[in-house]
Ligand binder design. Structure first.
Ligand code: HEM
Length: 184
């Protein structure tokens, strides 16, 4: 059965080894050595920490953007994309107080998030998970997951630098950047 719920757990041994972990805004997460990604909810997610999120319908993409994304975005799990980034993000109360059209205005008209992201396809595969509707006290609003080839490490850093310099990121009040390498 396919699931929309995914759980990321910091474990002692697992398929993804942490190569770097930096808290850019807000409280850090305990330094992990490995991360396990599971579809669904593990019975008892033992580990240093566990983050969960659900994939959902898109909120902001317009028809032409959707067509461009579908045409270019690669799937997760390709062996060549052996580097990953797990970046949980929380946005401010001010962001959530905006109306839908104001949020789209900041995300795309002001920040060009989608237009910028499209330039990095098909190098980067991604999946966006939402957290807010899971419970009232999730530590993050989004769990973002990206996979790319080792030679595209610098490219991925440039993408992040572009997005973090944009007006959208003024609304980010917690962000932890965890880089990983697939074992085996
Ligand atoms: C690989 C290139 C990327 C592409 C093509 C891309 C594309 C998108 C799109 C289309 C959306 C809007 C989804 C919707 O309509 O609901 C989105 C949302 C989002 N993206 Fe990206 N993105 C990319 C890279 C990144 C990076 C590097 C980050 C940084 C961690 C990021 C963080 C987010 C977050 C947090 C959201 C949710 C925003 C919100 O709903 O407030 N994206 N992205």
């Amino acid at each position: 059965m396919s699931t929309r719920l995914f759980t990321f757990t910091a474990v002692a041994q697992g398929p993804w080894e942490v190569t770097d972990q930096t808290a850019l805004a807000g409280p850090p997460l305990a330094r992990a050595s490995h991360v396990q990604l599971q579809a669904g909810a593990p019975a008892a997610p033992a580990g240093l920490w566990s983050l969960r999120g659900i994939t959902s319908n898109e909120r902001y993409v317009e028809r032409d953007e959707k067509a461009a994304l579908v045409a270019q975005q690669p799937s997760l799990g390709e062996p060549a994309r052996s580097c990953a980034a797990l970046i949980p993000i929380r946005k401010t109360a001010a962001w959530w107080a905006l109306s839908q059209d104001q949020r789209r205005h900041v995300l795309e008209d002001q920040s060009r998030h989608i237009r910028t992201g499209l330039r990095y396809l098909p190098a980067v595969a991604r999946r966006l998970h939402h957290c807010r509707d899971l419970s009232e006290n999730e530590p993050f609003d989004f769990i973002t997951w990206f996979e790319y080839a080792p030679q595209d490490n610098g490219l991925f850093d440039r993408l992040l630098a572009e997005l973090r310099a944009s007006p959208e990121w003024a609304y980010v009040d917690r962000e932890v950047d965890i880089r990983l390498s697939r074992i085996g």
